[in-house]
Design a protein around this ligand. Structure first.
Ligand SMILES: Nc1ncnc2c1ncn2[C@@H]1O[C@H](COP(=O)(O)OP(=O)(O)OP(=O)(O)O)[C@@H](O)[C@H]1O
Length: 341
């Protein structure tokens, strides 16, 4: 087992002509950690990853890996390996040859190459398919080989660009578990680009939420969910309602968030739960999701306001679309948000 290097991005900036794709971002990713760069399309995630890999030049700022400034180093000298969304396997080489390719480039002898390639194929449970060509593998199997090929170079940091997006939902969850296992077994850092908040929450030790070339919040998943730093993070991560501060007796220009599962509902005229804030509303829509039901409420002071009720409570109450209800919550459950930039 080895210890992956700490990664530090200092004032990292990327300009394409007049477009500033990444805007002076600062973040420290501890060694031996699983980091997800999360954000909507075009927010600068891939550009950041490509700068770390050395596939894209830096306009300003620095990239430090294990304390060394690698900003101007060739990709092969950085201690990083990249796994692409398309897997990019050589079609004419079998699995073992694909994994052994970079070892050949480094001058390793044939039998040692084969032995090492088989060891890494076993790590991703693909050793039994060593002689197959990529065209004879499923998408998920090709991805495992691509992972072995990236890991065989013994990087300090593995960079993954949307690695699960081409897989079906079932396989995506299996591979997610596999990636997490590999990261903790190998003891190196993984930096994984995704636009899926669920994927980031499931995998990451550190979630870096990006928006328009900037970092909105970099924190462990629980902190991002429980204490979203901005209106953007609260909306993007989901599960929260964002309201004007006026509802909490604060500056109407400020914003507060309440989790969808922290709101109580009672029939209009009925007793208000244990909430210290309440709003009269109508049920505009209901989505039954198995474990939960999501009820969208309509009221002048609420926008896109959703309440999540456990299925048992939802069926016991028998709420219907169009009914008048009172939504209430405790002031201690309100979370103050900073404005979007
Ligand atoms: N080679 C380029 N030339 C000009 N602009 C670019 C170039 N590459 C990226 N951009 C712009 O930089 C911004 C960030 O792009 P980037 O690919 O990093 O976003 P992303 O968050 O990875 O998006 P996605 O999830 O869609 O891949 C976008 O506005 C994009 O149009």
């Amino acid at each position: 087992m080895r210890t992956g290097g700490e990664i530090e991005l200092v004032g990292l900036t990327k300009r394409y002509g007049s477009v500033e794709a990444v805007k002076a971002i600062d973040v420290r990713i501890p060694e031996d950690s699983y980091c997800c760069l999360l954000g909507p399309s075009g927010c600068g995630k891939t550009t950041t990853l490509r700068m770390i890999a050395g596939h894209e030049s830096v306009s300003e700022g620095d990239i430090l890996i294990g304390g060394a400034n690698v900003s101007d180093l060739m990709p092969a000298k950085r201690g990083t390996a990249m796994m692409f969304q398309s897997y990019a396997l050589f079609p004419h080489l079998n699995c073992a040859e694909n994994v052994a390719f970079s070892l050949k480039m480094r001058g390793m002898g044939k039998s040692e190459r084969r032995e090492t390639a088989m060891e890494y194929l076993a790590l991703v449970e693909m050793d039994q398919h060593a002689e197959r060509l990529p065209s004879q593998l499923s998408g998920g199997q090709q991805q495992r080989v691509a992972l072995a090929r990236a890991l065989v170079t013994k990087p300090d940091v593995l960079l993954l660009d949307e690695p699960l997006s081409a897989l079906d939902p079932f396989l995506r969850i299996r591979m997610r578990e596999e990636l997490k296992r590999l990261q903790s077994e190998l003891g190196i850092s993984f930096i994984h680009v995704t636009h899926s908040q669920e994927e980031a929450m499931a995998l990451a030790d550190l979630v870096v939420v990006m928006n328009d070339g900037r970092i909105e919040q970099a924190a462990p998943p629980r902190e991002v969910f429980e204490k979203p730093a901005s209106v953007f993070v609260a909306r993007f991560i989901g599960g929260h309602n964002v309201m004007s501060g006026a509802i909490a007796g604060e500056d109407p220009a400020s914003s507060v968030a309440i989790r969808a599962d922290r709101v109580s509902l009672s029939r209009a005229g009925g007793a208000i739960g244990d909430g210290s804030h309440s709003v009269e509303a109508k049920i505009a829509a209901i989505e039954y999701l198995g474990l939960w039901a999501k009820l969208r409420l309509d009221a002048p002071e609420l926008q896109d306001f959703t309440v999540s009720l456990p299925d048992s409570q939802f069926f016991a109450e028998g709420f219907r679309v169009g009914e008048s209800v009172t939504a209430s919550w405790r002031s201690t459950d309100l979370h103050r948000l900073s404005a979007d930039r």
